[in-house]
Ligand binder design. Sequence first.
Ligand code: PML
Ligand code: MG
Length: 238
Amino acid sequence: MFSIKMRAAQNGKHLSGAECLLPDGADIPAHSNALLARALDHSRGAPDEIHLTLRAVESAAVVSLPALPVREIRAATPAAGRAAAVKILAELGVPDADLLWEKFRSTYALRGAMLLNIDTGERLEPNPERGIRATCLDAADTPPAARQHKNHFREALILATKVADAPGVVAEICVSDDPDYVAGYVASRASGYVRVTPLKERGSADGGRIFLFRGDAATAARCVEYLERTPVLVRVQS
Ligand code: PML
Ligand code: MG
């Protein structure tokens, strides 16, 4: 298989990124072009640097997962949305779920997510300045044209499906960092993907992700390895 990753920046500041995971025989130039088109057409600005990386991936290791089932909660206000998210996390056994919003502040500056031990409060990312990236993932059978523009919901569902399958992950909580996109979600194998909107005020860029983890150090190491390196293809109903 081939992994293709795109990241675009302006004056050294990250603008956009996307990736694909392609089986043997896929039209690699067509997918690469679609990612380039996406990099060149971003609402946050024109990039002055684009990195496109192609790497062969061991296809015997690929995990295939059905997308998590989806439901949606529409709240009257961001505070009500956050309360709904906290309630689901509490039901999943996350202690002090209402205190997570404080932790969320430290995710705003991260490129990746926070990996948080929910029993000790310890952060487990190997590089806390960067956070942990859930990467090496894609939806199975994505046509090149579908890659040219960002689809928040679809991309989040694919990522959340991989994260929920990682060793030790109890749940994930995400708020979009896009100022015009006020939705987010709580996801886990037990709850499925629960889309919650709104979780923040329109115009706010305060978004991030926390992967809520429970387990010992060996499980944490397996979790990081899975999130960052195990190739996962998600089967999404279209
Ligand atoms: C992001 O990429 O900004 C996160 C998107 C969260 C998507 C929530 C949804 O629409 O279900
Ligand atoms: Mg974003």
